[in-house]
Design a protein around this ligand. Sequence first.
Ligand code: SAJ
Length: 406
Amino acid sequence: MNSLCVLGLGYIGLPTASIFATKGRRVLGVDISPAVVEIINSGRIHIQEPDLDVLVRAAVQSGNLKAATKPLPAEVFILAVPTPFIVTPDGTRTPDLSFVEAATRSIAPVVAADNLIILESTSPVGTTERVKGWLEDELRKLGRPAAGLLYAHCPERILPGQMLKELVSNDRICGGLTAEASTRARDLYATFCAAQIFLTDARTAELAKLTENAFRDVNIAFANELSLVCDKLGVNVWELIRLANRHPRVKILQPGPGVGGHCIAVDPWFIVDAAPQEARLMRMAREVNDSKPRHVVAQVLAAARAGSVVACLGLAFKANVDDLRESPAVEIITHLAEAGLKVIAVEPHIQTLPASLEGRVELASLELALDRADVVVLLVDHRAFASLTLAQLAGKKLIDTRGAIR
Ligand code: SAJ
C-alpha cells in the first residue's frame, strides 16, 4: 500500500497527507481550490496549526507529497472533506453530504479493483454505505467495474491546536464495510499511529465519532447551564466548579461564551437528526450551548452605556488557534456592533478581520484596545491574554466569559 490520494486538504486532510508522505508513502493531495493546491506545492500552508508548516514543507521537499485539483490512480483514497449541516426553514439541522458525494464521484475514473476507500470525514451513520453506493453508481455510468473495492470509516480525532501530536498518539478506530477493509485500514494507519487501532464495523465507527463529540458537548452544556444558574444566584461559577471538582468522581468542564468550531457544534446534530425522539438530551445540550452567546451579549449591553467603547478579547473559536469558524466570539461581536456599540476586537492570531466584521469593528492591539475601552469582554483565553491582571482593568467594567483573569 504505497500510493495514496487524499481528497480535501483542510485541517484533517493536510496533516494526514503530509504525515503519510514523510513516512515514505507517495501521496497526491487533492483540493478543489487551485489557490490551496498552489500554496501546498510551494511548501507553504493556508491554515494555522502549530508545526504543520514544518511537516508540510518536509513532505513537499521529500518529493512524496504533491497537490492537484483532480485525483489520480492510487491504492488508497482518503476522503477528508467537510460535512456541515443545512438548516431547513423549520429550523431542523440535516447533514450536508454534498462534499462527500462530489469527492466520491470524482474518484470513479481512477479507482481500480483492490483499492481501499476510506472516509475520514465525521459523518452520519450509514455514510460509508452511501459512499459505496455513489461510487458504484458513478462507475456504472462510466461503464467501469465496481468489484473488489474495499470501504472503511476511520474517523479523525485530533484536537485543533495539538493535531500533530494527537495524530500519532491518539487511539484510532477503523470500521470497514467488511473485515478485510478494517484490517487493511489498520495496517495503513499503523504507518504513523503509535497508539492502539481498534477494528469494528463502519456504522459503529461512524456513531463512535459522533458520540465522542456529543459527549463533550453535553458536558460543556452542563458547565454553561451552571454559569447561568450561578449568575442568577450570585455565585462565582469558577470557584464553584473548582470546589465541586475536588469530589473524586466529579469533573465539570469550563463554561464559556458558547461552543464553536466545526465539530462539537455540528456533530451532535447528526445524531439528533437520525434519532430525534431518542436524542433529547443531546438536542437540549446543543440548545443550551447555542444560547450562551446571547446571554453574553445581554451582559455586555447591561454593562455598557450609550457611546461606550467595548474591547472584545479574542475572535477565535477557542484558545491559541486562528480558526474563526462557528466562533461564538464572532457571533457576540457581531451583535454588539449591531447594537450600536463601538467595538474594538483584539485577536493576535489574525492580521485582517473576517469580511463579516470588516467596516463594523476595529482590529487593534491589546494595549490600544485596553487604553480606549470602557468595557472589556474576554471571549477567548488565548495565552497572549494570560498576563492580564485586574489591576490593568481598574475603572473598566469586565465581563470574563472564560474565568481567565484572576
Ligand atoms: N469549550 C468550552 N469549555 C470546555 C471545553 C471546550 O466552552 O471546557 C469550547 C471551546 O472553547 C470551543 C468548543 O468548546 O469553542 C470546542 O472545543 P474543544 O477543544 O472541546 O474541541 P474541538 O472542537 O477543537 O475538537 C473536538 C475534539 N473532540 C473531543 O474532544 C471529543 C477533537 O478530539 C476532535 O477531533 C474534533 O472535535 C473533531 O474534529 O471532531
